[in-house]
Design a protein around this ligand. Structure first.
Ligand SMILES: O=C(O)CCC(=O)C(=O)O
Length: 269
């Protein structure tokens, strides 16, 4: 599978992409592996608050192979370069709504998220929605405050102009970390997992930003970004996408130690 120049252009301009049914053939094993992670980790989701496991695909050998999957690799290479970095990701049972936010404010580099929603989701049942183009952080257009919809425009945040990305299992969503996104109306058991990635950091500013991102996993009490399983089962090709992160995560254990001392449990997102 190839990502076309037009899809790349769309992603550059609007900040998101949907690959409908790109994982149609894989979705059954993906869902059963997803469930197995929660069983392995003894996380029994009861629908009252979000359950979140990080890093997620790293928990099981078969899920780790998503990082070798031709669709994932071709998409990441097209959007962020041949030697992209894999930065972990979360696996979730979501409860309720996710208010408007971004996953970052990167002024350098390029950070993306790939998201698999494992249940059909529609506008009123927890589909991700994005404000197209809001990843252009230097824009003068007032598109980066949808969370202040009531205060600024007198409307509910749900009514903000946005693209609703309704999905069925087997679809893949990709979005820029800087884009404004939210979801409304999800129930107590909405299943979804993600892979975070970024362009290889080359300048010193990009390296600082990469280290900041890596260290932000301290809230999950992690001492390294990837699991040992992810590393030990990695081919040479997969290692290309792990190595720069491994080389820049020496600060994480100390940051995590501080979080362990001050938080009652690892963050849930
Ligand atoms: O699906 C959702 O409710 C939100 C997902 C999200 O905000 C994210 O993965 O960054």
């Amino acid at each position: 599978m190839q990502i076309t120049d037009k899809q790349v252009r769309f992603f550059e301009n609007y900040g998101y992409l949907k690959l409908a049914q790109a994982f149609r053939k894989d979705i059954d094993w993906i869902i059963s592996e997803f469930e197995q992670v929660f069983i392995d980790r003894k996380v029994a989701h009861d629908g009252t608050k979000r359950s979140c496991i990080v890093p997620f695909i790293d928990q099981r050998e078969k899920l780790c192979t998503l990082l070798d999957h031709p669709v994932i690799v071709a998409t990441a290479k097209a959007l962020i370069g041949e030697d992209f970095n894999y930065l972990g990701g979360d696996g979730n049972y979501y409860t309720g709504e996710t208010s408007w936010h971004t996953d970052g404010f990167h002024t350098v580099g390029k950070y993306i998220k790939m998201a698999f929603y494992l249940d059909p989701v529609r506008a009123a049942t927890g589909a991700l929605r994005v404000v197209p183009g809001s990843h252009h952080i230097d824009t003068k257009w007032e598109c980066r405050h949808p969370g202040k919809a009531e205060e600024l425009y007198g409307i509910h945040p749900r009514e903000m102009p946005a693209q609703v990305l309704e999905t069925d299992p087997g679809d893949l969503l990709i979005f820029n970390h800087n884009i404004m996104h939210a979801s409304f109306g999800g129930g107590g058991f909405r299943r979804m997992f993600t892979l975070n990635m970024c362009r290889r950091a080359n300048t010193s500013a990009e390296i600082v930003d990469l280290e900041d991102f890596i260290n932000s996993a301290d809230r999950f009490w992690l001492d390294q970004t990837h699991s040992e399983l992810m590393r030990h089962t990695a081919s040479q090709e997969r290692m290309r996408h792990l190595q720069q992160v491994i080389d820049h995560e020496s600060g994480l254990p100390a940051c995590s130690a501080k979080c362990r001392a001050t938080m009652i449990e690892p963050a849930r997102g």
